[in-house]
Design a protein around this ligand. Structure first.
Ligand code: XIL
Length: 359
Protein backbone atom coordinates (compact mmCIF):
# COMPACT_ATOMS: atom_id res chain seq x y z
CA UNK A 1 0.00 0.00 0.00
CA UNK A 2 1.79 3.17 -1.21
CA UNK A 3 1.71 6.03 1.26
CA UNK A 4 -0.07 8.12 -1.36
CA UNK A 5 -2.82 5.51 -1.50
CA UNK A 6 -3.17 5.75 2.27
CA UNK A 7 -4.23 9.35 1.86
CA UNK A 8 -6.26 8.83 -1.31
CA UNK A 9 -7.93 5.80 0.22
CA UNK A 10 -8.83 7.78 3.31
CA UNK A 11 -10.12 10.65 1.20
CA UNK A 12 -12.16 8.35 -1.02
CA UNK A 13 -13.87 6.84 1.99
CA UNK A 14 -14.99 10.32 2.99
CA UNK A 15 -18.62 9.50 2.31
CA UNK A 16 -20.24 9.64 5.71
CA UNK A 17 -23.51 8.12 6.84
CA UNK A 18 -25.87 10.91 7.84
CA UNK A 19 -27.66 9.54 10.90
CA UNK A 20 -31.00 10.51 12.46
CA UNK A 21 -30.54 14.20 13.39
CA UNK A 22 -32.58 16.47 15.59
CA UNK A 23 -31.08 19.98 15.51
CA UNK A 24 -30.12 22.30 12.66
CA UNK A 25 -26.55 22.58 13.99
CA UNK A 26 -26.29 18.83 14.17
CA UNK A 27 -27.82 18.55 10.70
CA UNK A 28 -25.22 20.93 9.28
CA UNK A 29 -22.41 18.96 10.91
CA UNK A 30 -23.68 15.56 9.83
CA UNK A 31 -24.52 16.81 6.36
CA UNK A 32 -20.93 18.00 6.01
CA UNK A 33 -19.77 14.59 7.16
CA UNK A 34 -21.18 13.17 3.94
CA UNK A 35 -19.08 15.49 1.76
CA UNK A 36 -15.75 14.18 0.46
CA UNK A 37 -13.08 15.26 2.95
CA UNK A 38 -10.27 17.61 1.88
CA UNK A 39 -8.24 16.21 4.79
CA UNK A 40 -9.19 12.79 6.16
CA UNK A 41 -10.57 12.85 9.71
CA UNK A 42 -10.31 9.99 12.13
CA UNK A 43 -10.48 8.98 15.77
CA UNK A 44 -8.98 6.61 18.29
CA UNK A 45 -11.45 3.78 18.83
CA UNK A 46 -12.22 1.46 21.75
CA UNK A 47 -13.06 -1.62 19.75
CA UNK A 48 -15.26 -3.26 22.41
CA UNK A 49 -17.74 -0.35 22.22
CA UNK A 50 -18.03 -0.72 18.45
CA UNK A 51 -19.86 -3.97 19.03
CA UNK A 52 -22.04 -2.98 21.98
CA UNK A 53 -22.78 0.72 21.49
CA UNK A 54 -24.84 1.56 18.39
CA UNK A 55 -24.47 5.36 18.81
CA UNK A 56 -20.70 5.00 19.10
CA UNK A 57 -20.48 2.82 16.03
CA UNK A 58 -22.70 5.18 14.06
CA UNK A 59 -20.64 8.22 15.12
CA UNK A 60 -17.43 6.56 13.91
CA UNK A 61 -19.09 5.61 10.62
CA UNK A 62 -20.71 9.05 10.21
CA UNK A 63 -17.56 11.05 10.72
CA UNK A 64 -14.39 9.01 10.28
CA UNK A 65 -12.29 8.00 7.31
CA UNK A 66 -9.48 6.72 9.54
CA UNK A 67 -9.46 4.74 12.78
CA UNK A 68 -6.67 3.91 15.21
CA UNK A 69 -6.89 1.62 18.20
CA UNK A 70 -6.79 3.52 21.47
CA UNK A 71 -5.45 0.21 22.75
CA UNK A 72 -4.83 -3.16 21.18
CA UNK A 73 -1.45 -2.55 19.55
CA UNK A 74 0.32 -1.45 22.72
CA UNK A 75 2.62 -3.95 24.35
CA UNK A 76 0.36 -4.16 27.42
CA UNK A 77 -2.51 -5.43 25.25
CA UNK A 78 -0.53 -7.39 22.71
CA UNK A 79 2.10 -9.14 24.78
CA UNK A 80 0.79 -10.77 27.98
CA UNK A 81 4.08 -12.62 28.20
CA UNK A 82 7.33 -12.95 26.30
CA UNK A 83 6.09 -15.80 24.14
CA UNK A 84 2.61 -14.52 23.30
CA UNK A 85 1.10 -12.10 20.78
CA UNK A 86 -2.63 -11.52 21.26
CA UNK A 87 -4.04 -9.85 18.13
CA UNK A 88 -7.76 -10.07 18.89
CA UNK A 89 -8.36 -6.32 19.37
CA UNK A 90 -6.41 -5.00 16.36
CA UNK A 91 -7.78 -7.81 14.17
CA UNK A 92 -11.34 -6.80 15.09
CA UNK A 93 -10.68 -3.11 14.49
CA UNK A 94 -9.02 -3.84 11.15
CA UNK A 95 -11.95 -6.02 10.11
CA UNK A 96 -14.34 -3.18 11.00
CA UNK A 97 -12.21 -0.69 9.05
CA UNK A 98 -11.97 -2.88 5.97
CA UNK A 99 -15.70 -3.74 6.05
CA UNK A 100 -16.51 -0.01 6.07
CA UNK A 101 -13.87 1.33 3.71
CA UNK A 102 -11.89 3.04 6.46
CA UNK A 103 -8.13 3.26 6.81
CA UNK A 104 -6.48 2.02 10.01
CA UNK A 105 -3.36 3.47 11.65
CA UNK A 106 -1.12 1.36 13.89
CA UNK A 107 -0.34 2.75 17.37
CA UNK A 108 2.34 2.06 18.65
CA UNK A 109 5.40 -0.17 18.24
CA UNK A 110 7.95 1.39 20.63
CA UNK A 111 6.81 3.45 23.62
CA UNK A 112 7.82 3.81 27.25
CA UNK A 113 4.19 3.51 28.34
CA UNK A 114 1.77 0.60 28.69
CA UNK A 115 4.57 -1.96 28.96
CA UNK A 116 3.78 -5.37 30.54
CA UNK A 117 5.66 -6.26 33.71
CA UNK A 118 7.69 -9.06 32.10
CA UNK A 119 9.53 -6.51 29.94
CA UNK A 120 11.31 -5.33 33.10
CA UNK A 121 13.27 -8.61 32.86
CA UNK A 122 14.77 -7.50 29.53
CA UNK A 123 18.19 -6.94 31.04
CA UNK A 124 20.84 -6.49 28.33
CA UNK A 125 21.19 -4.43 25.14
CA UNK A 126 21.28 -7.65 23.10
CA UNK A 127 18.07 -8.87 24.71
CA UNK A 128 16.38 -5.50 24.18
CA UNK A 129 17.41 -5.47 20.53
CA UNK A 130 16.16 -9.02 20.03
CA UNK A 131 12.79 -8.31 21.68
CA UNK A 132 12.21 -4.98 19.90
CA UNK A 133 13.08 -6.42 16.48
CA UNK A 134 11.02 -9.56 17.05
CA UNK A 135 8.02 -7.52 18.17
CA UNK A 136 8.09 -5.16 15.21
CA UNK A 137 8.81 -7.93 12.70
CA UNK A 138 5.87 -10.00 14.00
CA UNK A 139 3.35 -7.16 14.31
CA UNK A 140 4.15 -5.22 11.13
CA UNK A 141 4.36 -8.40 9.04
CA UNK A 142 0.89 -9.47 10.21
CA UNK A 143 -0.69 -6.26 8.93
CA UNK A 144 1.59 -5.61 5.94
CA UNK A 145 -0.33 -3.83 3.20
CA UNK A 146 -3.41 -3.48 5.44
CA UNK A 147 -2.19 -0.97 8.06
CA UNK A 148 -0.46 1.62 5.85
CA UNK A 149 0.73 4.01 8.57
CA UNK A 150 2.46 3.26 11.89
CA UNK A 151 3.38 5.27 14.95
CA UNK A 152 6.68 3.41 15.11
CA UNK A 153 8.09 5.42 18.02
CA UNK A 154 5.87 7.26 20.49
CA UNK A 155 6.96 10.08 22.83
CA UNK A 156 10.72 9.69 22.45
CA UNK A 157 11.58 13.20 23.66
CA UNK A 158 12.21 13.77 27.38
CA UNK A 159 9.47 15.62 29.23
CA UNK A 160 11.86 18.54 29.71
CA UNK A 161 14.84 17.77 27.48
CA UNK A 162 18.35 19.01 28.24
CA UNK A 163 21.39 19.16 25.96
CA UNK A 164 22.80 16.04 27.62
CA UNK A 165 19.49 14.17 27.91
CA UNK A 166 17.10 14.98 25.06
CA UNK A 167 15.61 11.48 24.87
CA UNK A 168 13.02 10.27 27.38
CA UNK A 169 14.12 7.62 29.83
CA UNK A 170 12.57 4.24 29.04
CA UNK A 171 13.54 0.59 29.07
CA UNK A 172 14.43 0.94 25.38
CA UNK A 173 16.50 4.05 25.95
CA UNK A 174 18.19 2.59 29.01
CA UNK A 175 19.24 -0.59 27.19
CA UNK A 176 19.90 0.79 23.69
CA UNK A 177 20.33 4.56 24.03
CA UNK A 178 18.63 6.68 21.37
CA UNK A 179 19.64 3.99 18.87
CA UNK A 180 16.37 2.19 19.66
CA UNK A 181 14.60 4.80 17.56
CA UNK A 182 16.64 4.05 14.43
CA UNK A 183 16.42 0.32 15.09
CA UNK A 184 12.62 0.48 15.32
CA UNK A 185 12.30 2.54 12.14
CA UNK A 186 14.70 0.42 10.10
CA UNK A 187 13.04 -2.81 11.26
CA UNK A 188 9.57 -1.56 10.34
CA UNK A 189 10.82 -0.36 6.94
CA UNK A 190 12.45 -3.72 6.27
CA UNK A 191 9.23 -5.60 7.01
CA UNK A 192 6.89 -3.25 5.12
CA UNK A 193 8.78 -0.94 2.74
CA UNK A 194 5.52 0.70 1.68
CA UNK A 195 4.30 1.64 5.13
CA UNK A 196 4.30 5.26 6.25
CA UNK A 197 6.63 5.40 9.27
CA UNK A 198 5.84 8.04 11.87
CA UNK A 199 7.35 9.28 15.09
CA UNK A 200 4.68 10.74 17.32
CA UNK A 201 4.96 13.20 20.21
CA UNK A 202 3.20 15.96 22.12
CA UNK A 203 3.62 19.21 24.04
CA UNK A 204 5.04 21.40 21.28
CA UNK A 205 2.21 23.88 21.03
CA UNK A 206 2.44 26.48 23.78
CA UNK A 207 4.60 29.59 24.32
CA UNK A 208 6.51 27.99 27.19
CA UNK A 209 10.20 27.26 27.74
CA UNK A 210 9.34 23.55 27.98
CA UNK A 211 7.61 23.54 24.59
CA UNK A 212 10.48 25.50 23.04
CA UNK A 213 13.09 23.05 24.33
CA UNK A 214 10.94 20.10 23.25
CA UNK A 215 10.54 21.50 19.77
CA UNK A 216 14.30 21.98 19.46
CA UNK A 217 15.11 18.52 20.82
CA UNK A 218 12.60 16.95 18.45
CA UNK A 219 14.01 18.85 15.45
CA UNK A 220 17.53 17.73 16.40
CA UNK A 221 16.39 14.10 16.62
CA UNK A 222 14.54 14.19 13.31
CA UNK A 223 17.34 16.03 11.49
CA UNK A 224 19.85 13.45 12.71
CA UNK A 225 17.63 10.60 11.49
CA UNK A 226 17.05 12.22 8.10
CA UNK A 227 20.75 13.10 7.69
CA UNK A 228 21.54 9.41 8.11
CA UNK A 229 18.78 8.30 5.72
CA UNK A 230 16.90 6.49 8.47
CA UNK A 231 13.47 5.64 7.00
CA UNK A 232 11.03 8.20 8.44
CA UNK A 233 8.12 9.62 6.43
CA UNK A 234 5.91 11.64 8.75
CA UNK A 235 5.59 13.33 12.10
CA UNK A 236 2.63 12.77 14.40
CA UNK A 237 1.69 15.87 16.39
CA UNK A 238 -0.51 14.37 19.08
CA UNK A 239 -2.23 17.63 19.95
CA UNK A 240 -3.32 17.01 23.55
CA UNK A 241 -3.85 20.73 24.07
CA UNK A 242 -3.96 22.30 27.56
CA UNK A 243 -7.20 24.33 27.30
CA UNK A 244 -5.93 27.00 29.69
CA UNK A 245 -2.84 27.78 27.59
CA UNK A 246 -2.70 29.78 24.36
CA UNK A 247 -1.24 28.28 21.23
CA UNK A 248 2.18 29.59 20.20
CA UNK A 249 1.09 30.09 16.60
CA UNK A 250 4.39 31.52 15.39
CA UNK A 251 6.53 28.98 17.25
CA UNK A 252 4.38 26.07 16.11
CA UNK A 253 4.27 27.24 12.49
CA UNK A 254 8.07 27.62 12.45
CA UNK A 255 8.44 24.14 13.94
CA UNK A 256 6.11 22.60 11.35
CA UNK A 257 7.88 24.48 8.55
CA UNK A 258 11.24 23.00 9.60
CA UNK A 259 9.78 19.49 9.72
CA UNK A 260 7.97 19.88 6.42
CA UNK A 261 11.16 21.30 4.95
CA UNK A 262 12.83 17.99 5.70
CA UNK A 263 10.31 16.31 3.41
CA UNK A 264 8.16 14.96 6.23
CA UNK A 265 4.38 14.75 6.12
CA UNK A 266 2.51 16.10 9.13
CA UNK A 267 -0.27 14.17 10.85
CA UNK A 268 -2.41 15.41 13.74
CA UNK A 269 -2.75 12.13 15.59
CA UNK A 270 -4.46 12.54 19.00
CA UNK A 271 -6.21 15.91 19.14
CA UNK A 272 -8.25 16.67 22.23
CA UNK A 273 -8.36 19.71 24.51
CA UNK A 274 -7.72 19.20 28.22
CA UNK A 275 -10.36 21.32 29.94
CA UNK A 276 -9.76 20.60 33.64
CA UNK A 277 -8.74 24.21 34.30
CA UNK A 278 -11.44 25.79 32.12
CA UNK A 279 -14.67 27.42 33.38
CA UNK A 280 -17.49 25.18 34.58
CA UNK A 281 -20.03 26.34 31.97
CA UNK A 282 -20.31 23.82 29.14
CA UNK A 283 -20.89 26.55 26.58
CA UNK A 284 -17.87 28.60 27.66
CA UNK A 285 -15.69 25.50 27.86
CA UNK A 286 -16.76 24.23 24.43
CA UNK A 287 -15.99 27.63 22.88
CA UNK A 288 -12.51 27.76 24.43
CA UNK A 289 -11.83 24.15 23.44
CA UNK A 290 -12.83 24.97 19.87
CA UNK A 291 -10.69 28.11 19.79
CA UNK A 292 -7.58 26.23 20.98
CA UNK A 293 -8.10 23.61 18.28
CA UNK A 294 -8.65 26.32 15.64
CA UNK A 295 -5.41 28.05 16.63
CA UNK A 296 -3.51 24.75 16.70
CA UNK A 297 -4.80 23.54 13.32
CA UNK A 298 -4.42 27.04 11.91
CA UNK A 299 -0.77 27.26 12.91
CA UNK A 300 -0.14 23.96 11.11
CA UNK A 301 -2.38 24.77 8.15
CA UNK A 302 -0.59 28.10 7.61
CA UNK A 303 2.47 26.03 6.67
CA UNK A 304 1.19 22.85 5.06
CA UNK A 305 -1.85 20.65 4.72
CA UNK A 306 -1.81 18.00 7.43
CA UNK A 307 -2.20 14.58 5.84
CA UNK A 308 -4.85 13.59 8.38
CA UNK A 309 -6.49 14.94 11.53
CA UNK A 310 -7.38 12.43 14.21
CA UNK A 311 -8.85 13.04 17.64
CA UNK A 312 -8.08 10.79 20.57
CA UNK A 313 -11.61 9.47 20.83
CA UNK A 314 -14.72 11.01 19.29
CA UNK A 315 -17.17 11.37 22.20
CA UNK A 316 -16.80 12.71 25.73
CA UNK A 317 -18.42 9.45 26.82
CA UNK A 318 -15.08 7.70 26.26
CA UNK A 319 -12.00 9.82 26.87
CA UNK A 320 -8.69 9.20 28.57
CA UNK A 321 -8.50 12.81 29.84
CA UNK A 322 -9.99 12.31 33.35
CA UNK A 323 -7.37 9.62 34.08
CA UNK A 324 -4.85 12.42 34.51
CA UNK A 325 -6.80 15.67 34.22
CA UNK A 326 -10.10 15.34 36.07
CA UNK A 327 -11.84 18.55 37.13
CA UNK A 328 -11.78 19.70 40.77
CA UNK A 329 -15.49 20.60 40.48
CA UNK A 330 -16.28 17.00 39.56
CA UNK A 331 -17.86 17.96 36.23
CA UNK A 332 -17.15 15.54 33.37
CA UNK A 333 -14.42 16.60 30.95
CA UNK A 334 -15.49 17.83 27.50
CA UNK A 335 -12.31 17.35 25.36
CA UNK A 336 -13.74 15.77 22.19
CA UNK A 337 -15.83 16.72 19.11
CA UNK A 338 -19.06 14.99 20.25
CA UNK A 339 -20.55 15.30 23.72
CA UNK A 340 -21.43 12.27 25.83
CA UNK A 341 -24.80 12.12 24.03
CA UNK A 342 -23.08 12.18 20.63
CA UNK A 343 -24.18 15.71 19.84
CA UNK A 344 -21.60 17.65 17.79
CA UNK A 345 -19.89 20.48 19.64
CA UNK A 346 -18.08 23.60 18.46
CA UNK A 347 -14.91 21.51 18.24
CA UNK A 348 -16.48 19.30 15.56
CA UNK A 349 -17.33 22.41 13.55
CA UNK A 350 -13.71 23.57 13.75
CA UNK A 351 -12.43 20.17 12.67
CA UNK A 352 -14.78 20.19 9.72
CA UNK A 353 -13.64 23.69 8.77
CA UNK A 354 -10.24 22.11 8.22
CA UNK A 355 -11.11 18.65 7.00
CA UNK A 356 -13.75 19.97 4.58
CA UNK A 357 -11.56 22.82 3.40
CA UNK A 358 -14.02 25.49 4.63
CA UNK A 359 -11.40 27.76 6.12
C1 XIL B 1 -3.78 6.39 26.49
C2 XIL B 1 -5.15 5.74 26.38
O1 XIL B 1 -6.08 6.67 25.87
C3 XIL B 1 -5.58 5.24 27.76
O2 XIL B 1 -6.83 4.56 27.64
C4 XIL B 1 -4.52 4.32 28.32
O3 XIL B 1 -4.88 3.95 29.63
C5 XIL B 1 -3.16 5.03 28.34
O4 XIL B 1 -2.81 5.49 27.04
N1 XIL B 1 -0.51 9.59 24.31
C6 XIL B 1 -0.56 8.46 23.58
C7 XIL B 1 -1.65 7.48 23.79
O5 XIL B 1 0.22 8.28 22.63
O6 XIL B 1 -1.24 6.13 23.49
C8 XIL B 1 -2.20 7.56 25.19
O7 XIL B 1 -3.36 6.76 25.21
C9 XIL B 1 -2.54 9.00 25.55
C10 XIL B 1 -1.31 9.86 25.48
Amino acid sequence: MRRREFVLGALASGIGYAGALDASFTKQIEAKASEPAAIPYGAAVRVDHLKNNFDYRRAILNHCQIVVGEGGLKWIDLRPDRDQFVFDQPDRLLAFAEENGLQMRGHTLAWYGAMPEWTETIATPKEAQTELVRHIETVVARYKGRIPSWDVVNEAIADTPTGDAPIRESMWQNRLGKGYIELALRTAAFVDPDAQLVINDYNFENPTEQCRTRRQAFLNLVRDLKDRDVPLHAIGLQGHLPGDQEIDREGLSRFVAELHGMGLAILVTELDVIDNNLPASNFDRDEIVASRARDFLGAIGDVCRPEAILTWGITDQYTWVPIWFSRSDGRPNRPLPLDANYRPKALMRVIQEFTRGDR
